[in-house]
Design a protein around this ligand. Structure first.
Ligand code: SF4
Length: 81
């Protein structure tokens, strides 16, 4: 399941450089995650890094983008051939 950044985002930007997939960028109101690039950090880290470093717990699972572990691994392989 891709992660999504909620309106709790403070726009501090600490998450952006931590993402191994360059999935995070500044949006209209706050930082956003591109679900096509988010793999929940599967294959890189045990925990989603954006959530780990966020001071306001803004990133969380996005029920609109449910994916299996296999699908997340396939996405990682696609992003990092
Ligand atoms: Fe990037 Fe991982 Fe956050 Fe997804 S969960 S946006 S891959 S840091």
């Amino acid at each position: 399941m891709a992660y999504k950044i909620s309106d709790d985002c403070l726009s501090c930007g600490v998450c952006e450089p931590e993402c191994p997939n360059q999935a995070i960028s500044m949006g209209d109101a706050h930082f956003e995650i591109n679900p096509d690039r988010c793999t929940e950090c599967v294959g890189f880290f045990d925990q989603p890094q954006c959530r780990s470093v966020c001071p306001n717990e803004a990133p969380g699972p996005d029920p609109a983008h449910k994916e299996t572990q296999e699908e997340l691994l396939a996405k990682k392989a696609r992003l990092h051939p």
